[in-house]
Design a protein around this ligand. Structure first.
Ligand SMILES: [Zn+2]
Length: 157
């Protein structure tokens, strides 16, 4: 039984897939990313005739959110017709901001086929703290430091 609070969020992820630009794969993906304050961002996959230029729904939602000033997230819902899983690039991009992210994968029955942690999808991920000059993490496991400001205060470029 799906948590009733999740149902409208699952619908939004699915609705986002209706805007997918998928002339090559025909595989619609919709994502909903929830910021820590509850703000919701959706994304769809946008393909390109130069195939590698394609962007996935998950990263579309993420870059929308980050470009609007949001950097902490607690939930990602990904809709695909068959409950497909995020690609490695998306897992890596999400790990940068939200290693503690909960990920739900849903299919065209709007059934949850996976409910787990990003760290299970990307074990031993490489993140901000993996670098020698690491950055502190917030209590929720999300990155909280504005690296631009930090570099400036350190006197580095
Ligand atoms: Zn992806």
């Amino acid at each position: 039984m799906t948590d009733p609070h999740l149902i409208p969020l699952i619908r939004q992820a699915r609705e986002a897939s209706l805007r997918a630009y998928i002339p090559y794969s025909g595989y619609p993906v919709g994502a909903l990313l929830r910021a820590a304050d509850g703000t919701l961002f959706t994304g769809c996959n946008v393909e390109n005739a130069a195939y590698p230029a394609t962007i996935c729904a998950e990263r579309t939602a993420l870059v929308k959110a980050v470009s609007e000033g949001y950097r902490t997230f607690d939930l990602l819902i990904v809709y695909t017709p068959n409950g497909g899983s995020p690609c490695g690039v998306c897992r890596q991009m999400l790990y940068e901001f939200a290693p503690g992210l909960r990920v739900l994968l849903v299919d065209d029955r709007e059934a949850i086929v996976y409910d787990g942690a990003l760290t299970d999808l990307l074990p031993r991920g490489f993140g901000p703290t993996s670098l020698p000059d690491n950055h502190p993490l917030g209590e929720d496991g999300n990155r909280t430091v504005d690296t631009t400001e930090k570099r400036r205060s350190d006197g580095r470029r």
